[in-house]
Design a protein around this ligand. Structure first.
Ligand SMILES: [Zn+2]
Length: 166
C-alpha cells in the first residue's frame, strides 16, 4: 500500500520523506535510526538546494544519543566555513546546533562530551566566518557610500565652478 508523508503529504516509499526529510514510520531501534539517517543524507545529496534546505530545516532528528552523534557527523561536511552565508550551509549549521542541544539534554551526556566539543568547535568557526563575511560586506557598503559622497561632492563642485564662471 502506498504511504504518504504526515507532514507534507508527498507519497513515500522509504523511511524518510523525500521532500521534507521527516520520518515516515516509527523506528523500533537504533539500527533503524542509523538506516534512516543514511537514507536521509543519500536522498538529500540528489536534491536541489531548495529541497536540501527544506530537509535540513524540517528533517527528523534521532532520539538515541548514538543516532544524534551520527546525524551530527553527517552534517560536518555540509558546514562549509568558506561559504558561511550559503543557505544550505546555514541550514546544516542550524541542524547541527539542534543536535548539540539535544545531546546536551541527554542523561548520558557526560560520555559524549568529546562529540559535543567537536560539533561546538565547528559551529563556533562557522559563526566567526559568518561575522567576518558580514564585516566585509559592511566595509564594502561603507566604501561604496564614501565613493558616492565623493562623486556627489565632485559633481556639486563642478556645477558650482560652472555657475561662478558664467
Ligand atoms: Zn514530507
Amino acid at each position: 500500500m502506498e504511504q504518504t508523508c504526515n507532514r507534507c503529504g508527498a507519497p513515500t516509499t522509504g523511511l524518510v520523506c523525500e521532500y521534507c526529510g521527516v520520518l515516515t514510520m516509527t523506528l523500533e531501534n537504533p539500527a533503524d535510526e542509523k538506516k534512516a539517517i543514511d537514507e536521509f543524507h543519500e536522498i538529500m545529496l540528489t536534491k536541489d538546494h531548495k529541497t536540501q534546505v527544506n530537509m535540513l530545516k524540517n528533517g527528523f532528528l534521532p532520539t538515541s544519543v548514538e543516532g544524534l552523534i551520527e546525524a551530527g557527523v553527517r552534517c560536518i561536511p555540509l558546514v562549509d566555513i568558506n561559504r558561511p552565508s550559503n543557505q544550505v550551509v546555514r541550514s546544516a549549521t542550524a541542524r547541527l546546533q539542534a543536535i548539540v542541544t539535544k545531546i546536551k539534554l541527554m542523561p548520558d551526556f557526560g560520555q559524549k562530551r568529546q562529540a559535543v566539543a567537536e560539533f561546538s568547535d565547528l559551529l563556533e568557526r562557522h559563526r566567526l566566518a559568518d561575522t567576518q563575511q558580514d564585516k566585509s560586506i559592511s566595509r564594502f557598503l561603507v566604501g561604496f557610500g564614501l565613493l558616492f559622497l565623493l562623486c556627489g561632492g565632485g559633481f556639486i563642485w563642478g556645477v558650482f565652478q560652472w555657475i561662478t564662471s558664467l
